[in-house]
Each structure stands twice: as structure tokens, then as C-alpha cells.
Design a protein around this ligand. Sequence first.
Ligand code: MV4
Length: 451
Amino acid sequence: MFHKILIANRGEIALRILRACKEMGVRTVAVHSTADAGAAHVKLADESLCIGPPESSASYLNVASIISAAEITDAEAIHPGYGFLAENPHFAEVCESCRIKFIGPTPEHLRLIGDKAQARRMMQEAGVPILMGSESSLQSSEEAVELARQVGYPVLLKAVAGGGGKGMRVVRDEEGLMNALLMVQAEASASFGNDSIFLEKYLEKARHVEVQIVADELGNVVHCGDRECTIQRRYQKLIEEGPSPAISDKLREEIGRVAVKAVKTMQYRNVGTMEFLLDSEGRYYFIEMNGRIQVEHAVTEMITGIDLIKEQIRIAAGEKLQFTQKQVHIHGHSLECRINAEDPEKFIPCPGRISYLSLPGGPGVRVDTAIFPGYEVTPHYDSLIAKLIVHGEDRMEAISRMIRALGEFQIEGVKTTIPFHLQVLANPEFIRGEFSTDFLDRYHLPAAARG
Ligand code: MV4
């Protein structure tokens, strides 16, 4: 096992990783921007180093600063968390060349799954169903017109280097195609420095279900069940749950088995997520793979009892998986609400100082957060300030518990998405578990909130 790990992140995930390290007897190094000098992850770490000014590009994304921090402190490994450098193949490569263990997949795997067109092709070869669409990136507008005719409208244009919904556009007819091609290309170029795009059938009224994978460096691969992530706004997840209320136990077993087989075929290592879309007839299609620990990993932890961060660290240290597929059991139901410092009506960030804070607790409640009274929410970083996760014996108990816990969450000084969550949890279709990707378009929110 490692003696010392550097945590290349901030906020709740930095704290989550720090907690896992403490329990494993691993020393921790926190890095922080000047804006985060008083942050909880800095206070609780064994050592800390300032790596730059508030802007992420100069601090949490600064490869040279982070590598130097690891060398100065003699850290043997770096945990990247999610976001920032978590899926950056170049960073993983630099770690490798500096003999620092990157706690994540290899640079080669990050490069492969980071290319969404290549990942599609590879999954198809591994026998995983995919939607109709490009074999590789589009080479001309004529090719796009021809392919869209074959596939049938609506189609979705996606940036090859995209993911998480950035650089995506639905196209409903041939007239709209040219304009959309140029828009996605420009967006991809600006966001990812790569203007390659591909096309696939746009599945309407779908459900987004993902499978959690854990793979050690000895070739053992196990899945830890699924999560339902259909409640999203502008491709940002807002509520997640597990297990998905949309799939039968038979389909659950099949998707899990297919995901494990694909991951074995590609010899993937560490934790990962296979994202699928589900149509109304219960067919499933691979859409993308994520090579990081995800924001919503706690949902899986609650229903399996597995500590995914500790597993990630053990895997990176070369240890064998602590459990077999047969030993993974799903117990009860878990829900997660992402609490953002945002205006819940307009979903725009709401920075400010937290003047009062009282967190929920009691049976089946977990709060992953790094905020405290007096904490300043700055516009430099993501607006996620807390994850409220609950567990219940069944879905209905989890929903009641979440409503109860949201009511206990007392926060003053910034607006939050708590009122939004309470509205969704009171919605009859949500309660019945009958919803799809059009849920927020059809429901409850004032027009401004739908985006
Ligand atoms: C799709 C899709 C329909 N068809 N791809 C959104 C985030 C990204 N990781 C994948 N996402 C989707 N990809 C095809 N070909 C639907 C979604 C999607 C979604 C779309 C609109 C509104 C809410 C959504 C929630 C989850 C997934």
C-alpha cells in the first residue's frame, strides 16, 4: 500500500478521498489554490501546498505545479477525483514518466474512451449494442447528410472529444443539419481543441442508466450494479438513484454481464462507468464510458456497502479485488440530490458567503460536502456544494427520507437547488418511477428553469 497520496482536487471529493486515505492509514497531501487556503480538505490533510491562483487553469489544472507538489512531498500516488485532470491522458502520462502512480486508468485507456467515436466502434466489436450512426468521425457535410438520411431524423451530433453532454446538438431535419454541424464543430474546437464530430440516432424519451465497473490490475472485473441518471438539465445530472427503477432483474443481470465482458475485452483497469440509453421497449445501447470515479458513486456505495474510493486506491497499489461478482449484493434503494449554489428557478450560479448552516442527519442519511458556516462560494469553481444521499429499504422509503432530509437542510447566504429537488420528489410520475429524458421539459418548473 502507498504511504502517501496527493489529492489533486478540491471540495467534497477531495474530502471524500482524504477520509478513505485516513481509514487506510495512508498519509495525505492536499493541494489548493489561493482561494481555497482555508478549505476543509486543506485543514484536514497531513500536509498541504498552494499550487496557484484561484483560476482552475492556473491551479487545479496546472500539471507542472501538481507534479512538483507530489515530488516535494514524496507522494507516491495522485488521486485526481473527478473533473479537472481526472480523465486527462497527458496528465496520466506525465505521472507515469515521473514514477508517480496515477490512481485511474492507463493513459492509453483514457485516450481510447476519451474518443467517443472510437469507444463506440470498440464497444460494437465487443458485442455491445450501440445506436445507428458513424463508424468514425465525419469527414464532410455530404457524408453527414447521407448518414442522417440512412439513420433517420432526429439525429445527434456529438464532439468526438466531448462527453458529459458538452458539444452535443439534436438535429430534427435536413434543413437544420448544416448549421448544427458548424455550431458543434466550433464548440468542440473551442472546448476541446478538437473539431472532430460524429453522428448517431437521437433516442427520444430515453432513460439514462449506467453500470459501475471495478477492475483490478490482475484482470478481475466486477460490476457493482446500476444507477439511474435520467433527471438531468442541460446534460447536468441533478438526481441519481440506484438501482434503476426502469429495469427488470433480468435486464439488470444482462447489462451488468455485457458491461463486464466489454471491460475485460479492452483490458481496462481501475473504476469506470458504462453509460447506456434505454428505449421504451427495454432495449439498451452503449453511449459512452467514463474513466473516473463519478459524482454519484455514493449511490452505489449505499446499496452495495463497497467503498469505491478505497477500492480505487487498492487497485492502483496492485492489490487484488476484495470481492467476486457473487459477493456483490444490492440492498435496498439509494437516492442522491446534487445541491448546487444556484438560483433554483434559473439554474444560474449564486456565489456568496454561507451565513448559516445546519446539515441533515438521522437514519440512512449521508451528506458529502466541504462547506461550513462562513464558507465563501466563489464563481471560480463548479457550483456543487453538497451531495445529499439517502438509503432506504425500498424506493418509497428512500424518497420519504430524502424529502425529510431536504427539509432539515438549513442554509443561508446562497440560493440552492433544494426547492427544485422537493418539487421533483413530489411529482407523481417521479414517485411512480415513470420518467424519461423529457421529464424536466414537461414538468413543474417555470419556463425559465427549463432552459
Ligand atoms: C443521448 C440521448 C439520446 N440519444 N444520445 C446526455 C448526457 C450524455 N452523457 C449523454 N446524454 C444523452 N445522450 C443519443 N444518441 C439522450 C441523452 C440524455 C438526455 C438528453 C436530453 C435531456 C435529458 C437527458 C438525460 C440523460 C441523457
